[in-house]
Design a protein around this ligand. Sequence first.
Ligand code: ADP
Length: 465
Amino acid sequence: MFFRSVVMFMVIAIVPLFIMRGILLASVKDKLYSERVDNIRQHSNALVAQMIDKNYFQGENKDVIHNQISQLANIYDGRIVVIDSSYKVLRDSYFRIFGKTVISKEAFQSMQGEEIWRYNGQTDMVEMAQPVIDDGGVVLGVMLISSSTATRTAAYLHIKRISTWIVGGISIVLIGIAFFFSREHSKPFRELAKTINYIAEGHFDEKVHLKGYTEIVQISNAFNKMLGRLKTLEDSRQEFVSNVSHELKTPITSIKVLADSLNMQPDAPKELYQEFMHDIVEEIDRENQIITDLLSLVKMDKKSDVLNISSVNINELMELILKRLRPIAGKRNIELAFESFRTVIANVDEVKITQAFTNLIENAIKYNVAGGWVQVSLDMDHTYFYVQVSDSGIGIPQEYQDKIFDRFYRVDKARSRETGGTGLGLAITKNIILMHNGNIKVKSKEEEGSTFTVRIPLVEDNQEV
Ligand code: ADP
């Protein structure tokens, strides 16, 4: 970015400067030489008039005219050659080619009545060819004038030198400015890159504080926001890992304690062995349950876990779940009721949805009071079907209602453990519902009971808004 902006600055500022200098120099050069030609023309016009007047081409007054030719050649530090209409040299101020025939492009062109001039860089002279035309419009001859422009060229070179210094100086200043501004402009980005690298090394507590243009501040704010999310994710990942380790360790510790105490009592009675072995099996079951729950969560986290969608009669599915759970509810004398307003057929993953609703109804039984009730209701509209699981249980304090869907979160750890909970049930349930583009809400009051409401699209494609 730094070099790109330096180059851009140069293209925008310095290149036009050089182009301008070139145009100016060309126009100065043209002006200097054409002015010289104008001066010569003023005098040569007078001479041409004299030549016609004094019948020079008819062979009269030669001395007078030759004198004037020499004078004019002296004034302009040059040479004058006069040729007649048959291209024969009548006069050469250098006395070199008298009587010879001159055939040049300029002479020929001028003989057609045209005045021409050009600057000859090799000799540093302006060369003119001026026709001598009488009153009747007949071209009598041509005056070829060449005049030294050494002083004008010197002036031009001086101007060129000065302009080179000026443009060079301005360019150096501009390059300096370009470097300075480009450095200033790219500074926040360099700082951002530095901070990102630092954060990438694992310093998630770092924040970016960039000042300057609005865009830079916006980038900085957006980056900090993203960082905040990353940090939350990283925190929850770490918390998850430590929770997993802890949860997996608890049954192992119990098993070890039980096994150790049996080891230390070789003469322990058979009943004690049986009792301890029973406890060990329970702990192994628990460990197994945690691992199964964890695996199903991890599998769902990976986007590769696809839903196995089929058309399912939700009423029948609910009846089946309740039938399976009734014995557990019966143990604590809890009444399980199902109320359905209409037959609901939905496109869902039957296995996963069964797991989700089983978790909800199981919880309603687990966190209930003896002799309480659980009410499950099913309804639908054009787009969604709704399942409500209400219970007369212990309820969930307001401040924990958001957290119960987090992995391993349990309001009362001891109670959850007693009932064989892993703290993963609601996390799994929520994941399954989200996979179906649905949502889940909870309303609860301590000591009174809880109501979980689930809304799921009847057809898979309906997106959650
Ligand atoms: P667990 O295996 O502990 O049941 P869940 O993820 O299913 O884990 O539930 C998380 C926590 O939410 C439970 O430990 C419990 O504290 C609370 N909870 C869930 N359902 C209910 C309910 N119906 N009534 C009261 N508390 C509930």
